[in-house]
Design a binder for this molecule. Sequence first.
Ligand SMILES: Nc1ncnc2c1ncn2[C@@H]1O[C@H](COP(=O)(O)OP(=O)(O)O)[C@@H](O)[C@H]1O
Ligand SMILES: [Mg+2]
Length: 326
Amino acid sequence: MTPILQINDLKTHFFTKAGVLKAVDGVSLEIGAGEIVGLVGESGSGKSITGFSIIGLVDAPGRIVGGEILFKGQNLTNLSPQEMQQFRGNRVAMIFQDPMMTLNPVLRIETQMIEAIQAHDPSISRTDAHARSRDTLGLVGISSPEERMRAYPHQFSGGMRQRVSIAIAMLNKPDLIIADEPTTALDVTIQGQVIHEMQRLCRETKTALLWITHDLAVVAGIAERICVMYAGRIVEQGLNTKVISNPIHPYTRGLLGSVPAQNRRGEPLQQIEGMVPSLLNLPEGCAFQNRCSLLTERCSLTPPDVTKTDDGRLVRCFNVTQGDTA
Ligand SMILES: Nc1ncnc2c1ncn2[C@@H]1O[C@H](COP(=O)(O)OP(=O)(O)O)[C@@H](O)[C@H]1O
Ligand SMILES: [Mg+2]
């Protein structure tokens, strides 16, 4: 399967007064057509900046300083701002934690949706754009879409507003949607519904999805493949079933220990001790060393390279056991 998105050794750094902050520092990942990939890690690990880098929304003092982002083979890091704008919203759309990043508070939903369609293809008539908008609202679970289209964003609940922003992301049938913590601000029940619906929609429309969250339980429920990010790097990447049932990297194990599981009911949840190191001032060696239970002398000298395990997983740890490696 040729990947729709292939990121190779991406580096996005912020040139701050306090020094160079390496928010993304050598990220490689692939997303196949129609595939759902989860990008998970604690707050501040570089997930959003990875997403923003893909759609060209990194602002000064941040800049992509290395690597490539290939979309169907085309390197996006070479596009002009105009080309990037065209690309965004056509082939790739983004959904944010706060739907008001997408929605304009003073315009009716209908107006915003029709504009989004006509900006992409001016030859589509208002009537057709209206019909497509209504149908897409129906698809994301908004009842009486014909009536609801006349409303303003504030007339929707938080969950419904997020559904509207998902509908807008889907309007022009993108090949890839990047969803950055889209359910984090929602109630747990609503969160479950939105996740379930995104999964169904992406499967039906064969849209690839990069789902970004700090919550491993969420990606475990939606993603086919999981990338675990720590301090600007992906430390473990593999099939959902493998990563969740047999996590290899000590960080993934720590994240999993802090997720309530059916079969561990009654047991106390484990916290990962310590804090994410400052990305301004990373230690020599592995960035996880100050929190790691498997620490050896080697870990503080050089950062571990990627090891490929025999089940196809990519892990950045010196302590991947022989049995795990290919
Ligand atoms: N505009 C900015 N200027 C300086 N540093 C930034 C900026 N935006 C993000 N960062 C830093 O980049 C790192 C990664 O941020 P982010 O990708 O938002 O993390 P996540 O989404 O995983 O919580 C953080 O250390 C954050 O402070
Ligand atoms: Mg974020």
